[in-house]
Design a protein around this ligand. Structure first.
Ligand SMILES: Cc1cc2nc3c(=O)[nH]c(=O)nc-3n(C[C@H](O)[C@H](O)[C@H](O)COP(=O)(O)OP(=O)(O)OC[C@H]3O[C@@H](n4cnc5c(N)ncnc54)[C@H](O)[C@@H]3O)c2cc1C
Length: 805
């Protein structure tokens, strides 16, 4: 066995083999895979082999599309069969909400180049004749849906990898992974110790155990899962005899997926009484075996299936496949460089290996070889969970995700499992004020504050929700008096040291402020993609505070630590610094009433230490509401005291608490972009307009400079613009197609209702050569074409007089 390799991939399931193949495809041949038994010995061998593109996250859907198209390529390269059946599939909708979700998915597919279509009950009957369409409104038909042979496909990946120079060592159990001081790894196996530059954890069912060898906790959990294969069914035989094949049918109401298997059918369930498996760890001796049949937990599901597919009631059961596979808390894979652990890569938590495995392999290989993936993959980035996550949180979240696998996913939905988890000192005070809570990165965040008859639970919806009136009330209070909100959901970083300024100048594309000042700056990847949107405050020379998205803490810290230099100390202080923001025309009077400091000379983008009430604070004049506003930071131990000071003083100035729903409406008035919506690694600074914050004149070779300069010289081909939309009861959410002259020319990034301007607003990309003020377009919202026009003048404070004045 070879004992030196560039990459050691641990695990020979479909995911490990895909990673190995993609590493060779992108040019690394000195790579090896270590499998403790035979290939496919985890979840892979007993999978139903189904694949589909449908995924709530657009980039995940694109990667699923890539995976499915890859199989033909694999067959051609290797001459092996993946056992492909491209039979197409329908996803049924039995109520308006489910249908709305399918309409929204169909709309996204238009600009992704996926040829899905909405079909009615009559067409469903023709496509999938064994379906009882009583109560069905319609379905989404996807011609790409199909199934394959799991073992054949995994071996095809393996053969293609070997053809590219990779080595595969089976019956080679990894016992330890020990890091050397230079960052490389000793991978201790039963057959000897391999020295590898990089380690990839593709341990599937054992990914938790493999991670623990390096002291890493991976937030995933195995769940039991069951599908049945029937004996021959006359109606299916008739289809086969006529030269056809029955397509897939996903029936979310019955939480089932169904396809033809031989001359019968195969049906699997995501049942509500589901069971987590191997809670305290996956036994090493588990291998090519199944779990005992468990009809009890799928009795209700089977009864429902008999109604939807009456032929099943007459069919005998040929076999039951009951096995475990792993899920992350949100059901998406865990992929990428593990934060804080050099040269250790994750390719685990893949719950749909045959829909996603190819995309996971491609993404990881690009990241390892080219330094970054080609698109925004945050939805499956291992860094989307922080170090606050624990097995106690993961398990209930995974159970919830399994149970909601086929549920309608609403844009405003707040999932209840494992909550409240992380709270600030304000939790009970805000609850008493009517806070209706949401969740970000494990943290409870008020969405709005219900008053009087306003609902204390926001009903999930694709349309304007029942929080609409409360949100409008809060927005109007901010614009006419003063609103107060916590700053707990900002990611916050403290950068100190004699080289702090030089380092920031290299890491950030924008200007780094002088002492006492604040600046806004994008952070770019080497390829010029947006990887951060930061506010930088210089408290004094050698001491800076940064704020950015709360949910991107592990993502940003990973980047900072990868680029750390001597003379700079970087700390994540997101939960060690808290406080409030106040915004609105009365904000200055409210703050003045709480401090002996003179704030009349505190200019827009100034930062200053001052005592507010009894509390030493850092106060900076900036507000994402686009209004006159202040962010007031303090030690969380003093936060309740600071609250009472501000709240009592604020009463005579009309102060009201406001939540994230109001914040998102307020920022739309000024067309301010939002991280992971307008600003993400899918876009460049020039495309989004953030290039106005790049300092091309600074004498530093900041990361991404040459790409940004090229982008500026060539000019982007698309541009982020704002629209006023003639919406009715549903506003833009994200990824709605933008039509011009009957053709899709762009897509929306986010939108909502401006309660201040009483207009529906959207942000989205258009080809640069089509952008003109007032341009009339159509935006497809939930299957309806809504007229919209480009607007360039902000709806509030267009000249910035209030914000800056
Ligand atoms: C009943 C059922 C039906 C399913 N149906 C579908 C479907 O229709 N479509 C779909 O896309 N997905 C389906 N899945 C899910 C699918 O099986 C998984 O997504 C996929 O198999 C995950 O592959 P993996 O490579 O990540 O993990 P695994 O298949 O678990 O592979 C991990 C490998 O790592 C090896 N390993 C672990 N630790 C070590 C070590 N220390 N040293 C060496 N080797 C090690 C193991 O032996 C194993 O071979 C189904 C799952 C089940 C249970």
């Amino acid at each position: 066995m070879k004992l030196e390799t560039r990459v050691a991939v641990i695990g020979g399931g479909v995911v490990g083999c895909s990673v190995l193949y993609h590493l060779t495809k992108l040019g690394w041949s000195d790579v090896m895979l270590l499998e403790r038994s035979e290939l496919t010995s985890g979840s892979t061998w007993h999978a139903a082999g189904g694949f589909h593109t449908l995924n709530g996250d657009t980039n995940m859907a694109a990667l699923q599309g890539y995976t499915i198209r890859l199989y033909k390529e694999l067959e051609e390269i290797t001459g092996m069969s993946c056992g492909l059946h491209h039979v197409g599939g329908v996803t049924l909708a039995d109520n308006q909400d489910r249908f709305d979700m399918l309409l929204a998915e169909r709309a996204k597919h238009r600009f992704m180049g996926l040829e899905t279509e909405i079909v009615g009950p009559e067409e469903i009957k023709k496509i999938a004749p064994i379906t009882n369409t009583d109560g069905i409104i319609g379905a989404l038909y996807d011609p790409l849906d199909g199934h394959l042979d799991p073992s054949g496909t995994t071996h095809a990946y393996a053969k293609a990898a070997r053809m590219g120079g990779a080595t595969i060592e089976t019956h080679c159990m990894v016992r330890e992974t020990n890091q050397r001081p230079d960052g490389t790894w000793d991978v201790v196996t039963d057959k000897g110790t391999i020295h590898a530059e990089h380690v990839v954890n593709a341990g599937g069912l054992w990914a938790r155990e493999v991670g623990a060898m390096a002291g890493i906790y991976f937030p995933l959990h195995p769940m039991e899962h069951q599908y049945l294969v029937t004996d021959s069914i006359p109606q299916i035989e008739a289809i086969i005899d006529a030269g056809g094949e029955h397509p897939h049918v996903m029936d979310p109401a019955g939480e089932s997926y169904l396809r033809q298997e031989g001359r019968g059918l195969c049906i699997g369930f995501y049942e509500q009484p589901c069971k987590p498996w191997a809670v305290d760890g996956t036994p090493w001796e588990f291998g090519h075996e199944l779990l005992p049949d468990d009809y009890d937990k799928i009795t209700d599901s089977i009864e429902f299936a008999y109604k939807r597919f009456p032929v099943l009631a007459e069919a005998g059961v040929k076999s039951v496949i009951h096995g475990p596979f792993t899920f992350a808390p949100d059901g998406n894979p865990l992929v990428g460089p593990v934060p804080g652990v050099r040269n250790y890569w994750s390719a685990c938590g893949v719950m749909a290996g045959f829909s996603q495995g190819g995309g996971v392999g491609l993404t990881l290989a690009q990241w390892m070889i080219e330094g970054e993936p080609e698109r925004d993959v945050f939805a499956m980035d291992v860094a989307r969970f922080g170090d606050w996550i624990s097995p106690g949180y993961t398990r209930p979240k995974v159970i919830e995700n399994y149970q909601k696998r086929f549920s309608v996913a609403y844009p405003n939905e707040e999932l209840p499992a494992a909550r409240p988890n992380r709270t600030t000192p304000m939790y009970d005070i805000f609850s008493d004020l009517g806070a209706v809570w949401g969740q970000q990165y494990g943290l409870e965040v008020p969405n709005y504050f219900a008053q009087g008859d306003e609902p204390s639970y926001e009903t999930p919806s694709f349309r304007r929700s029942d929080a609409f009136d409360a949100t409008g009330r809060e927005v109007r209070a901010v614009r006419s008096a003063v609103g107060i909100n916590e700053v707990h959901n900002f990611g916050k970083y403290r950068i100190t040291g004699h080289s702090a300024r030089d380092w920031l100048d290299r890491i950030m594309a924008g200007r780094i402020p002088k002492p006492g000042r604040v600046s806004l700056t994008p952070m770019l990847s080497a390829k010029g993609k947006l990887i951060g949107d930061f506010t930088v405050s210089c408290l004094k020379e050698g001491e800076f505070h940064l704020t950015a998205s709360y949910g991107s803490q592990a993502f940003h810290m990973r980047w900072f630590l990868q680029h750390q230099e001597n003379g700079v100390h970087v700390e994540n202080i997101s939960d060690r610094l808290n406080g409030f923001q106040i915004a609105g025309p009365n904000a200055a009077q409210a703050l003045s009433a709480c401090t002996r400091d003179d704030i009349s000379d505190l200019r827009f983008l100034d930062v200053r230490r001052m005592t507010v009430g009894m509390t030493d604070c850092i106060v900076q004049r900036v507000s994402y509401t686009g209004d006159l506003g202040y962010e007031i930071y303090c030690d969380p131990m003093a936060q309740r005291q600071l609250w009472w000071t501000l709240w009592q003083a604020g009463q005579s100035h009309g102060m009201v608490p406001f939540g994230m729903r109001a914040m998102m409406s307020l920022r739309l008035d000024k067309f301010f972009g939002s991280w992971m919506q307008e600003f993400s690694p899918d876009y460049t600074a020039a495309e989004t307009g953030l290039d106005r914050f790049i300092s091309f004149s600074k004498n530093t070779d900041f990361i991404g400079r040459s790409a940004a300069e090229k982008d500026r010289a060539q000019g982007p081909t698309r541009k982020l613009v704002a629209f006023e939309v003639d919406a009715n009861d549903a506003d833009v959410n994200a990824y709605e197609p933008i039509w011009l002259d009957g053709v899709v020319v762009g897509f929306c990034t986010s939108g909502g209702y401006s309660h201040y301007a009483e207009k529906s607003v959207a942000l989205g990309f258009l080809p640069v050569d089509r952008v003109t003020d007032g341009l009339e377009v159509e935006i497809e919202i939930l299957g309806q074409m809504r007229k919209a026009r480009v607007i360039s003048e902000p709806l509030f404070d267009a000249d910035g007089a209030r914000m800056r004045g």
